[in-house]
Design a protein around this ligand. Sequence first.
Ligand SMILES: [Zn+2]
Length: 610
Amino acid sequence: MDPDVPSLTAGIEIHQQLDTERKLFCRCPTLLRDTKEHSGGFTRFLRATESEMGEIDRAALEELKHVRRFTYCTYDTTCLVEDDEEPPQPLNPEALEIALSVARILGMNPVRQVHPMRKLVIDGSNTCGFQRTALVALAGRLPDGTGIDTICLEEDAAQRVEEGVFSLDRLGIPLVEITTAPDMHTPEAVQATAEYIGMVLRSTGRVKRGLGTIRQDVNISIAGGARVEIKGVQELDLIAEVVRREVRRQQSLLAIRDDLRGRGASVERQPQDVTSPSARSGSRILSKASCVLAVVLRGFAGLVGREIQPGRRLGSEMADYAKRCGVGGIFHTDELPAYGITAGEVETLRAHTGAGTGDCVVIVAGTPEQAGCAAQQVIRRAAMALEGVPEETRRMLPEGSTAYMRPLPGAARMYPETDVLPVTLDEGAWDRVPVPELLSDRAGRFVKEYGLDTAVARQIAFSERLPLFERAVAEGVNPRLAHRALIATPVELARKGTDLSRLTDSQYLSVLQAVSTGKAAKEAVPDLLAALAAGKPEAEVLGSLTATLSPAELDAIVARVLKDREAFVRERGKAALGPLMGVVMAEVRGRVDGKLVSEALKRGLEKVVK
Ligand SMILES: [Zn+2]
């Protein structure tokens, strides 16, 4: 265990979009659209329903404090199922097969019957107020011993476009949700597990690729801290950093708690109205607000402003809670005077609220309703600081720190989906599930079969162009050439600003065939790809290739180049080979392989240099 991270316990939940033809509960394509293309829309009001247990989930209750009116964009690729105007159709068998494939690779046990359930979601991301999810398999294990608890099939939520507006194109795209046991104890182990599971998912060849198609939720706690779930970590490289920062946050909050207890700190439960002393403030927010309230935190001075994570303070945590009431943020005396509030005003504030120098005063401003709500939220969060780390669902900020989203959901949020029939899995069904070769194994096979370097083989196996590579090699293209043209060259060209994103598979294959059949030298590949990507017709780019130069033609060019640069050749002797390579290559414009040019040049030099 990492000595800097005492008793860290972490687990992850990975959500991966599946590349099925149709959605999970309707026949619509799994196509993401530009919101500009939306063909219609409608508005809904959502409220929490009681679950079977007769309780309202605490996360749902929290959500009820906020916007409940939502607008949805519809498309010609969405239907009445996404709108929640028509019952869902039977579970997509293609999605189930992919989930079962993943379950087999992970050594899991399938359930006998796949029962779609409803998971309460009232943030508006689902038109019906719940997300459908179905448990597919249980209890697997990774090669390093990390336990896999469950794999579920779920429908993706609608994409949030702006506050209260959602796009329905993503709603219903099948996802697999893989939940690990809380078996990881270092930040690096969390990242390695996420990487391994990502590799397993891509090994099926049937998952969507690109940013946003895989999302990781990380569950973290440390000894004495609390379970915190960080939602939607999209960048794999950041996972270890997210975990490190969360550990630091929990450690800092525990240290703050100990300091507060040592000081006998307390939270005044009654906010004080400071609207009139604030009315003359140089701060625009304070002078314009119809209500300004102050919360006195006894013994908190210096701790509200203490950093708990890069860019985050205890005050940021309080501000997150207050923002749920519609205020823009909070002010507190640990960071005042600032923001147009003068030292004199801070003195007046302290005198007015009876706060001493050991106390911190937090100010919230807005309408009376907003300020009242925000003050209560500050009081709630400050009281939690006396207890330690609150259990929360948090969202990742760009660099890997996090902000509060909502309380952790309770257990009361699942109930059966009565509109979809369960799917029974017989023994045969499980045996018929395809078990794909792992990408890591495939990389090993490329090393053996094609004599490629390990790094190159892995680059191919993990690339989105793997299927194209395999097709090219099957058509007789040299594997090294295929790797260069399909993976290395596009990276180099992208670095120079050439965008190859519009090239089709068949264009790549045409270029590879031109080289394989001797119509073009491999040196010509970057130019050919760039020309095709620029939109030049294939007939013009590849049709105009003169056949490979004959050895006699090449020798003639070499002889002319040497004659034109007689003085240079005399001066440099055989060392002229290097500089002259570029000259001859430019003349032959990719019609001859570089190795042949080098040989011809060497022969030519030997003739003229004694
Ligand atoms: Zn549909």
